[in-house]
Design a protein around this ligand. Structure first.
Ligand code: WT7
Length: 632
């Protein structure tokens, strides 16, 4: 355990927690004063809504309100892939750039409620575009640069985006990622709603342009005005939609509303990272994920902080690159993923030891369970035992951090998410949906509503209800399991549904299985997650060829395995590529036809002892046959 001394102390933390639980209405009404309101709300919660009669603008909260006191303060530091590419934008600069971008969007007919797709690498234009949308009341829909054209097409069609902002190219180390070309293919597939494409020149490479539809962004920004009126938004008006994966093949567009979400981002950023005025906050996430929304953009900027955006990767062109960045820009707060920590650990302790990391004050992780080993390395080798390590548990759906050992709240245990933030009331339920009161393990639900909670799934409120609200009536169901120890501290154990977590990226088994089903050579398939040293989980796929005999022909099986990997790359994206594909004659099923994934996981992990009672399977003989085939 490590002691943490900071802003809060355990008594104040306990007091906040008690007050939030006893009278949430007053607590959240008070907290809402963190934001600047055009018209302040008269109440806090109202069903699924929050601060409903309040009016505000998220971009004004992140920019305009700081101009008087922080106009010359650096709001955004950009460190390019190239060492010499550094950009520092003050709040005044960032405000002007956002206004220009917002005017360009308005000139192209974008207004309140319209959807704008943002498909960019880690460059300042991503944050600028998000805030520009917020300024004019348009919903941003950020699409991860690693998505395939098919995956982009599904999301364009579902969101009905009118305008797309993409880049000529993205850089990934020495490689170039053809973002514009991929987006063109996506639009050709299912981008009927897209009227305009704006192209950011990242590498300056020639990108194919469709006349009338596509425009280079820079010349438009140059002539746009740096003044732009704000759209006053109701707190319950939508701010953005962001796709995430669940148990169904279809990606879910999580909708976040303006007031509740922004308050949650600001509140949690201030508490979880003990935010201070001189901080340089480096969140290593891509804006394509919720972490890049709440902690690269909205939370720190609403709090008047300085954010760092790094274009590159941890170990390119050399293993110490990240530590170069942290040293050079005097980073105080580093928020990253266990996957990145595991990769950096492998480079050896002497790599960070050659850097001056003395500015670091708080370290955070998110996205997957962190092992005690990785936690301890982060704490001792990077934090030198001085910096609290905040293991933050939350989800796209929760808008921001929910459970974390926030600095000052008490002690932290390596690998434990510890305690809920004030205002969050988690509960563990057993298999009969009964609350587990003392120590024990169960599914993690949240008993109360909180301002950052997603409002709905875009165009599918019924799915929102069946996924989150109906499984355990009266509770929000997270999809995760958790354990409470004797001290009352929480440990997240991982997903209890068919969601696989690869390097902190959520991938639904069904998404992969749908991609395989589209290749007509496979009769059926099952994708499962198994432990992976670097990625946390890796994907293993079992496919059953339509021509069953192919499973017994080594050459044909190998060709089918290659085809399966290509299919996932094509329809989901290369980040979801399976580690291994097993071509098998059949899948183990219950008599009612349900695939028994538990067995598939055990076989893939080479755990053939204690497989349990196989007699309830439709074909008990299949399991030994699969073991013989796969494990030889
Ligand atoms: C899922 C949410 C939250 C932003 C990044 C991922 C897993 C998240 C932790 C953690 C263990 C974690 C959960 C959760 N997860 N944080 N600290 N410890 N697991 O957002 O893509 O919506 O994924 O990530 O399984 O449900 P997301």
């Amino acid at each position: 355990m490590s002691d943490m001394n900071a802003l809060l102390d355990p008594a104040r933390f306990a007091d906040l927690t008690t007050r939030a639980a006893r009278d949430p209405e007053t607590f959240w009404s008070d907290e809402a004063r963190r934001l600047e309101w055009i018209a302040p709300p008269s109440h806090a919660r109202n069903g699924r809504g929050w601060f409903s009669d309040g009016l505000l603008n998220a971009s004004a909260n992140c920019l305009d309100r700081h101009l008087a006191t922080r106009g010359d303060k650096v709001a955004l530091i950009f460190q390019g892939e190239d060492e010499d590419t550094v950009l520092r934008l003050t709040y005044r600069d960032l405000h002007a750039q956002v206004c220009r971008m917002a005017n360009v969007l308005r000139d192209h007919g974008v207004g309140k409620g319209d959807r704008v797709a943002i498909h960019l690498p880690s460059v300042p234009e991503g944050v600028i575009a998000m805030l520009a949308c917020a300024r004019i009341g348009a919903m941003h829909v950020v699409l991860f640069g690693g998505f395939s054209a098919e995956a982009l097409a599904d999301r364009l069609a579902d969101s009905g985006a009118r305008l797309v902002i993409t880049a000529d190219m993205g850089r990934r180390g020495a490689k170039q990622i053809p973002l514009k070309a991929t987006m063109d293919r996506a639009i050709a597939l299912r981008g009927e709603s897209v009227e305009t494409v704006l192209v950011v020149a990242v590498t300056g490479e020639d990108a194919p342009m469709t006349p009338g539809r596509d425009h280079a962004l820079t010349p438009l920004l140059e002539v746009a005005s740096a003044a732009c009126t704000l759209e006053p938004m109701s707190a319950d008006d939508n701010l953005f939609l962001l796709y995430t994966s669940g148990s169904t093949g279809k990606p879910k567009g999580m909708v976040h509303a303006t007031g509740g979400y922004l308050l949650w981002a600001a509140y949690t950023h201030a508490l979880a990272f003990d935010h201070r005025e001189d901080d340089v906050f480096w969140c290593t996430a891509d804006i394509g994920w919720i972490t890049g929304h709440s902690y690269l953009t909205y939370g720190p900027l609403a709090n008047g902080g300085t954010i760092l955006i790094f274009e590159g990767m941890p170990s390119h062109p050399h293993p110490g690159r990240w530590w170069d960045v942290a040293q050079k820009h005097r980073v105080t707060t580093l928020y990253t993923s266990p996957t990145a920590i595991r990769a950096l650990m492998r480079e050896g302790d002497d790599v960070p030891a050659r850097h001056d990391l003395s500015a670091l004050r708080v370290l955070g992780t998110v996205g997957e369970p962190i092992s005690a080993e990785a936690w301890t390395w982060f704490s001792t080798v990077i934090g030198k035992g001085r910096c609290p390590v905040v293991d933050t548990w939350w989800q796209t759906e929760t808008g921001g951090i929910m459970i974390a050992p926030i600095p000052g709240s008490g002690t932290a245990k390596p690998g434990a998410a510890m305690r809920p933030l004030p205002g969050v009331q988690p509960i563990l339920l057993d298999e009969r949906a009964q609350p587990i009161t003392g120590a024990g393990e169960g599914v993690l639900c949240i008993t109360n509503a909180w301002p950052g909670q997603a409002r709905t799934i875009w165009r599918d409120d019924a799915l929102f209800c069946t996924t989150y609200l109906d499984p355990y009536p009266g509770y929000y169901f997270t999809g995760d399991g958790a354990r409470r120890d004797e001290d009352g501290d929480l440990w997240i154990t991982g997903r209890v549904d068919d969601v696989i977590n690869v390097s902190g990226h959520r991938i639904g088994s069904a998404e992969i299985e749908d991609a395989l089903a589209a290749e007509h050579v496979f009769a059926e398939s099952a994708a499962i997650g198994i432990p992976h040293d670097l990625k946390g989980q890796g994907i293993v796929v079992y496919v059953v060829p339509r021509e069953t005999a192919a499973a017994d022909d080594a050459e044909r099986a190998e060709a089918l395995a290659k085809q399966a990997i290509a299919a996932v790359g094509k329809r989901v994206g290369r980040y979801a590529a399976p580690e291994q594909v097993f071509v098998v004659p059949d899948l183990p099923k219950t008599r009612s036809g349900k695939i028994v994934r538990r067995l598939l996981r055990k076989i893939a992990c080479n755990e053939t002892e204690g497989l349990g009672d196989l007699s309830t399977l439709a074909d008990p003989e299949l399991v030994p046959a699969l073991i013989a085939k796969i494990l030889g």
